[in-house]
Design a binder for this molecule. Sequence first.
Ligand SMILES: [Fe+2]
Length: 316
Amino acid sequence: MENTKELSYRGKQFVIPTLSREGFIITPKKDFVMPEIPDDSPIIRALNKTWDEKEFLIPRRPISFGIIPEHEQQLFSRRGCAPRVLDLPIKFPGSTFRLPKEFAQDVPVTQRIANIEHAINPDCLDEYYCYFTSDEGWVEVGELQREAPCHVDGFQGERWKPKVRNNHTYTLGDVIPTVYYEQPFHTDHLDPAKHDYFWEFNRQVKETKSAHAWRSQPFELTMMDCYSVHRGDKAKVRVYRRWTRYSFEVRIFDRLGNAHNPMFDYNWEMVPRDIEALGLVPYDSNADASLNVFPWQALDGSPLPEGAPKTQPNLL
Ligand SMILES: [Fe+2]
């Protein structure tokens, strides 16, 4: 691919595209008709609050903003135009949304999200960054586009002191909707400096044999928060999938591998960051081995050979 930078650390490969300085400036539209949403959602109640892991006890279903219109669906699913990017900042505190021109197909959805944000979060929206992730490609039968344990986006682990406002995140995919686990998660027994919370989420989901799994619909725009435990789903047939994420955060995401947006003037020192480096251990080391390893590891913890299917947690 032209205009890309490749880098790798701890065995992970990243391809970072060089994006355009030209693009789309998006501001919320005030005449937007807001879709109806439940008025008792814990996600709305926790919006703008400071991280508090007791929230994991409260089951939460993502908020649905409906299925996007058909002409937007076709645009969204255009293949091979938008580069894959991870956590590209498209909004800074106080700024407009700025989408490099490579993502022309994402303008309507970005506008929709800007409108929704303005409607549900008029007081604090200005304090947030918005990070955009775009992924697309073939997903093989039985595999996930992005293999991961049951997890949350925007976790505030031991490193984050003091705790900051909760993350909330919009996602949209054209096929293979994400699975959310609408159940209480107990974390009182965990030590954030010692235990891997995501392995424990795997264990608690397996305890219920995934009985509380909930899936969104293809092209359904949803919003979750940093207490919404979820995981991708396996492809039943080989299929091409496009998926985007808009993550609203007050923190700087300076992880090496994240994309740079030339529509903003900033120069962050990007640093390697991954959960593996924290040396966390499972709370229950006797649990099914598949629950307590990283996707790139075999059941005994040794690295899988290159190209081997990733290890998946047995959640049934
Ligand atoms: Fe996620």
